[in-house]
Structure formats: C-alpha cells, structure tokens
Design a protein around this ligand. Structure first.
Ligand code: SF4
Ligand code: SF4
Length: 202
C-alpha cells in the first residue's frame, strides 16, 4: 500500500475512533447523570491514577492530537513524560503503585481532551466488561463516585463490552498494515509520549 493510501486509510480509522469515543462519552454522561456525578470543581483528581493502555490505534490517535500542538508544548509534555516515567520506575521498584499527575494535565485540565484514551473516558463511573472467556471484570468508579453510590440500593453500571469489541476491531484494521508482527501494547500514557508515535504510523 502506498503512503497516500495508507494515510487515507489511517484518517478513516481515526474518524471511526473519534465516533467510538463520542459514543463512550454519551454512555458515560448517561450513567454519571443518573448518579449525580459531576467532575466540575472536583476536589480529587483521577489523572493521578496509574493506567496501562493496550492499543496501537489509541496510541497513534493520541500522537495525532499531540502533533497538532505547538512544538514547544509537545516538547514540554514529552519532557514531563520522561520525568513521570522515572518517578514511576522508582516507585514500582519499591513495590508501590504510582500516584503521579499525568504529564498531559495542565492545571487540572487535560491538554489533549478530545484525544484522551478510553480508560480516561470510563474511569469515573461504575463499569464492567465481559471477557471472551465468560468472566466479568467490574470497576467501582472513582472515589467520589463510590461515596455517591454507597447509599444507592441500585447502582447504575456502564457496560464497556460493546466498546471493547469495536475498539478491538479498529485495532485489527490499524495494525494490519504493520510490516512485521507487533509486540503487545502495555504502556502508560507517559511511555507512549516518550517512545514517540508507533513506528508504522504515517
Ligand atoms: S471522575 Fe471522579 S475523581 Fe475524576 S474528576 Fe470526575 S469526580 Fe473527580
Ligand atoms: S490523558 Fe488527560 S484525562 Fe487522561 S489522565 Fe492524562 S490528563 Fe487526565
């Protein structure tokens, strides 16, 4: 596939990912409304959570957003990502789970909000996902949400399963053009910044 063809295929996949992200947001907003969860003025900040991400297509889309920022900002975030990674490694060596502010967080706000990854979009509310082996993983939502739902007899839950399936489909299509088999992605956002965009991204 030529470069031009590859770029337009990538653009189409990014459009589909953008739509999927919008669906996730709508799902999230519905559940957050039912619970009465509102991030505005939140005294906590979940951007210190230690998340791993697992798809090349999200990694590439994050870089697609990053490339639209002025070079100076991009360099600042990448430098912060280096620092974040070193701090994380030190804590992990001590057996501690890192709780460090995400390098993209600017005064409490996400500098790449439209490009933020799936986990950032689902974290706040109670959610679950059914795995291919039939097991189900549950997540209670952020600490603020857990306080709010503690008194509820029935807790609304967001089901991530359909989104996972759609994301997996996009990922399959995205990596199809890679010139060789790719290792599994298991990275923090900071590692995605430090490493640069996936090598085969156009
Ligand atoms: S998801 Fe929860 S912890 Fe994060 S900003 Fe919103 S209310 Fe605060
Ligand atoms: S990418 Fe944005 S929303 Fe996600 S943790 Fe970082 S600052 Fe927060």
């Amino acid at each position: 596939m030529g470069n031009r063809q590859q770029r337009s295929k990538q653009a189409r996949l990014f459009e589909r990912l953008k739509k999927l992200y919008a669906e996730m947001e709508a799902q999230y907003d519905r559940v957050a409304r039912q619970i009465g969860l509102n991030c505005q003025g939140c005294p906590d900040n979940c951007c210190v959570s230690y998340f791993q991400h697992h798809t090349y297509v999200e990694w590439a889309y994050l870089w697609h957003g990053l490339r639209q920022l002025p070079q100076q900002s991009r360099e600042r975030y990448c430098q912060r990502a280096q620092d974040y990674r070193h701090q994380c490694e030190a804590l992990l060596r001590k057996g501690q789970t890192p709780k460090i502010m995400c390098p993209l967080n600017e005064d409490g706000l996400c500098a790449l909000y439209p490009f933020r990854l799936m986990i950032c979009r689902f974290h706040g509310v109670p959610n679950q996902v059914s795995m291919p082996d039939g097991s189900r993983r549950r997540f209670p939502g952020c600490v603020i949400c857990q306080h709010k739902t503690a008194a509820l007899s029935q807790v609304p839950v967001l089901d991530r399963t359909a989104s996972y399936i759609k994301l997996a489909e996009l990922e399959r299509k995205f990596i199809k053009e890679a010139p060789h088999p790719l290792p599994k992605v298991d990275m923090t956002l900071a590692e995605m910044l430090v490493q640069g965009p996936p090598g085969f991204m156009s």
